[in-house]
Write a protein that binds this ligand. Structure first.
Ligand SMILES: *Cc1c(COP(=O)(O)O)cnc(C)c1O
Length: 424
């Protein structure tokens, strides 16, 4: 019998990988913040399985909710039928989200939640008798998912638009805001973004962005002023503001939603990733009453979308359990403590020759290098150090589960320093 990795390499495809992914490690189980590989090695998870496992693996409260749900109703179609878990989840999302968002459309992944948001924005203008408003303005350096609609609003360079340029929708790309989080943004700083919005206003449905933290497109934290100014500009011109909080939602940046850093409410909000605490695949798109009402007016009088697994009861149970765990607010202290520790301990990386920048916000720590890492060297090196860190291009970053104890955060920062210091 060949090893799991060898068997995998015969038939399995991995994200952003050639048909036979390498290097590759087989995970047997996980608990708390630790992954256990099939050879028995334990790794501290510095990635929260891509922002999602905020409470760690196998949290007993989420597990109990899943077990209870599986014995009652694991799945049922959502067309014409409903169930308590979905109702309760949507009530709670509306209650917790920035004010003004009052309707929830459930789906099964982040990219789909973004597709739905884009569809809603376009259908909104259709129903208003302005079908020519089909474009979105977005910020360079963004990431919104891998499906065609979402890909079209990702950064045109890192999102590899050249590969699909003949079929992708053409949107408007404003420069990445260079003012960092915590810095003020002057009229002059904002002018290039504002000019693009005004120039293209007649064909725009709205603005789509990741508030405050741009994730996979560059791990960049920008000034909250930019978000405030964009909200004001959208209000002035009647454009919709779509906030993609798939990575930032549920506490990751130190606030429940990153929009709260700027005290703004979007017209449409996408959540995903940590929604179920990383146990089930689920996402949601929230809309304002204005947007929701527009879906019911004009032709066809309904919102044209409906995934097969929409509102899956198991996913709803996991999401409700994850929201329970956030309810006592203790995540706030944990995230603040992780932020302080990451900032303190990653600072030592700044003077390493390979390093261009170090930045931290909430439970996110980023070490940006001058050049992309060689994954065939760096990935096994992190495993040797006993942590799971998955760099991306020139970005070595960590967003550990909120429950990570100080000694484990210490292991993560130690490993990052050790591995990065060996890069020429
Ligand atoms: C991950 C991510 C998506 C896509 O979510 P998937 O579940 O991978 O489809 C969209 N937007 C942002 C900001 C993300 O981080």
């Amino acid at each position: 019998m060949s090893s799991l990795v060898e068997r995998d390499q015969q038939v399995v495809w991995h994200p952003y990988a050639p048909p036979s992914a390498s290097p590759l490690f087989a995970v047997e189980r996980a608990s708390g913040v630790r992954l256990v590989l099939d050879d028995g090695r334990e790794l501290i998870d510095g990635m929260s399985s891509w922002w999602s496992t905020i409470h760690g693996y196998r949290h007993p409260h989420i597990e109990a909710a899943l077990v209870a749900q599986i014995e009652k109703l694991p799945h049922v179609m959502f067309g014409g039928l409903t169930h308590e878990g979905a109702i309760r989840l949507c009530e709670r999302l509306v209650e917790r989200a920035p004010t003004g968002l009052s309707r929830v459309f459930l789906s099964d992944s982040g990219s789909v939640a973004v597709e739905i948001a884009i569809k809603m924005a376009l259908q909104f203008w259709q129903s208003r008798g302005q079908p020519g408003r089909t474009r979105l303005l977005t910020l360079r350096g963004g990431y919104h998912g891998d499906t065609f609609g979402a890909m079209a609003v990702c950064d045109p360079v890192t999102g590899m638009h050249t590969l699909f340029e003949r079929v992708l929708a053409r949107h408007v790309f404003a420069p990445r805001p260079e003012r960092r989080f915590g810095e003020a943004c002057t009229d002059a700083d904002f002018a290039p973004i504002e000019a693009l919005v005004r120039e293209n206003e007649a064909s725009l449905a709205g603005v789509i962005l990741e508030p405050i933290v741009q994730g996979a497109g560059g791990m960049w934290f920008y000034s909250a002023d930019v978000l405030k100014r964009l909200r004001a500009l959208c209000d002035e011109l009647g454009l919709l503001l779509v906030a993609d909080e798939i990575a930032t939602g549920f506490g990751r940046t130190g606030r429940y939603f990153a929009c709260e850093h700027a005290n703004v409410s979007p017209d449409i909000l996408c959540v995903g990733k940590a929604l179920t605490g990383g146990t089930m695949t689920m996402a949601a798109t929230l809309a304002s009453e204005d947007v929701a009402r527009a879906m019911g007016e004009g032709e066809p009088g309904v919102f044209m979308h409906g995934p097969t697994f929409m509102g899956n009861p198991l996913a709803c149970a996991a999401a409700n359990a994850s929201l329970d765990l956030l309810e006592d607010g203790s995540w706030q202290g944990r995230v603040a403590r992780i932020e302080a520790q990451l900032a303190d301990e990653l600072e030592a990386c700044r003077t390493l020759p390979a390093v261009k920048d170090v930045r931290c916000l909430g439970a996110i720590g980023v070490v940006e290098l001058h050049a992309p890492v060689d994954m065939s060297v760096v990935q096994p090196a992190f495993v040797e150090e006993g942590v799971w860190i998955r760099p991306f291009g020139e970005l070595v970053y960590t967003m550990p589960p909120f429950v990570t104890e100080p000694e484990d955060v210490r292991e993560i920062t130690r490993a990052i320093h050790a591995v990065v210091s060996r890069i020429a």
